[in-house]
Design a protein around this ligand. Structure first.
Ligand SMILES: *Cc1c(COP(=O)(O)O)cnc(C)c1O
Length: 428
């Protein structure tokens, strides 16, 4: 079927949905009637598969008790490694380079403590001022733990426009005193996708290690961690990966660093065959397993089993293609239907610089966001003036994007947002 040229009608949206080869995945999810959920970049929706795998692991606790570590279809002892294998295609890593463990923040602590070895005048960490604060707090505390002053040893690349970071500015900041670089793959607020390959090449030319936080790209866009030779990465699984609130996160370490000593060891860092010798000296695992600390959070891992099946079936390339169409469609509607209402598109508009969400900026963003929620649209608000909308390719439709825009137009036209107060909620 030939694709029609964009127009503002609902018929166009319906036709895009009819042509969508991934549309049947929507039935895999629990969708709330009367709401259009566009916040899957903060907390992904629950799928029937995730529910099933969660219940299955709950059942394995009932059935096997202590023997569940080694018995059942998803025995708990090797589950973190096994799910790493399943997740590897999403980031273009070798299967043995990925493990599901910890959280974004704890994994960042683990990997920075493993790979940040200030020596001589190479003592600083390079990050960017728009990065998610938790990552900055982790870097600051790692620097303090090494006895340095984070005010001086954490170098932040500045943004020129408050939304994006120029790759050229990051490269210019890769000076001789930088020991390690930590950057997001996609910026959480503007959705800017950084050029990971370019930045990794430039860092390595200068003998600097580089790691990425993939929270806002994993499950939304493809990656080639191995081909690009990235040193390490961390992420959470509750955003585009739909593994549930507080689900266990993930980490990637390039195989060439497997000889390193984990910065934060525990008994799960052990070679599995020796772990139950309970020796007072740790025999560190050879591979990715060494970056674990304690007992895996099995019930918070469980939904990921089912969720990853959906990604395997849909394929990240097809999901990305649809995501780009959805976000492009969103922007086209903003430019036409909402042109009179002073919104600024805050995300980069180029396909190769755009993550999975749209950022609309407006001086009344707080109140508009509240009005949207009352009207059954779920985006999220980001200080000071941003509304993020994530049309997620697994469960959102073009028709939903069309509806969300119509409701936004209605709110602006009738100034419905003026019914709300201009204060942010505790959780925005
Ligand atoms: C969501 C997110 C986090 C959250 O970290 P947790 O340890 O899972 O709470 C961290 N960094 C970035 C960039 C994020 O988007």
């Amino acid at each position: 079927m030939k694709e029609k040229i964009f127009n503002e009608t609902i018929e166009y949206a319906e036709q895009m949905d009819q042509q969508d080869e991934l549309s049947y995945f929507r039935d895999e999810f629990y969708l709330k009637k009367g709401t259009i959920y566009l916040d899957g970049n903060s907390l992904g929706l629950v799928s029937k598969r995730a529910e099933k795998s969660l219940l299955e692991l709950f059942q394995s606790w009932k059935n096997f008790a202590i023997d569940g570590w080694m018995e059942g279809r998803c025995a708990w002892f090797h589950l973190s490694e096994q799910l790493g294998v399943k997740c590897a295609p999403l980031i273009g890593a070798r299967p043995e380079e990925v493990i599901m463990t910890g959280s974004t923040t704890s994994n960042l602590h683990q990997l920075v403590s493993s790979f940040y070895h200030p020596i001589g005048n190479k003592t600083k960490i390079l990050a960017d001022e728009l990065t998610f604060p938790s990552d900055l707090y982790a870097l600051q505390s790692q620097i303090s733990l090494k006895g340095y002053n984070p005010d001086y040893h954490l170098v932040l690349v500045e943004s020129k426009d408050g939304r994006t970071i120029e790759e050229a500015d990051i490269i210019a900041a890769m000076t001789d005193d930088i020991a390690l670089i930590v950057l997001p793959s996609v910026l959480y607020r503007s959705g800017q996708a950084l050029n990971i390959k370019l930045l990794t090449d430039e860092a390595h030319k200068r003998n600097i290690m580089i790691g990425f936080d993939l929270c806002h790209s994993i499950g939304a866009i493809p990656h080639e961690m191995t081909k690009w030779d990235v040193d390490f990465a961390v992420w959470c699984n509750y955003k585009y990966l739909n593994a549930g609130p507080g689900s266990v996160g993930g980490l990637f370490v390039n195989k060439k660093h497997f000889s390193c000593t984990p910065g934060l060891a525990g008994w799960f860092s052990s070679d599995k065959s020796k772990q139950f010798d309970l020796d007072n000296t740790l025999t560190v695992a050879d591979g990715i397993g060494k970056f674990q600390m304690g007992t895996p959070h099995i019930l918070s891992l469980a939904p990921l089993i089912g969720s990853l099946e959906l990604f395997e079936e849909a394929g990240i390339a097809r999901l990305h293609k649809k995501s780009l169409k959805l976000t492009k469609y969103f922007m086209d509607l903003v430019d036409t239907v909402l042109r009179d209402y002073h919104f600024t598109i805050g995300n980069p508009i180029e396909d190769n610089r755009r993550g999975g969400h749209i950022l609309l900026e407006h001086e009344e963003a707080t109140r508009i966001c509240k009005a949207l929620k009352v009207n059954g649209i779920v985006p999220d608000f980001r200080v000071p003036n941003g509304i993020r909308f994530a049309p997620v390719p697994l469960y959102n439709t073009f028709t939903e994007v069309w509806r969300a825009i119509q409701i936004l137009k209605k709110i602006m036209e009738h100034e419905e947002y003026k019914l709300f107060t201009n204060t942010r909620e505790v959780i925005a």
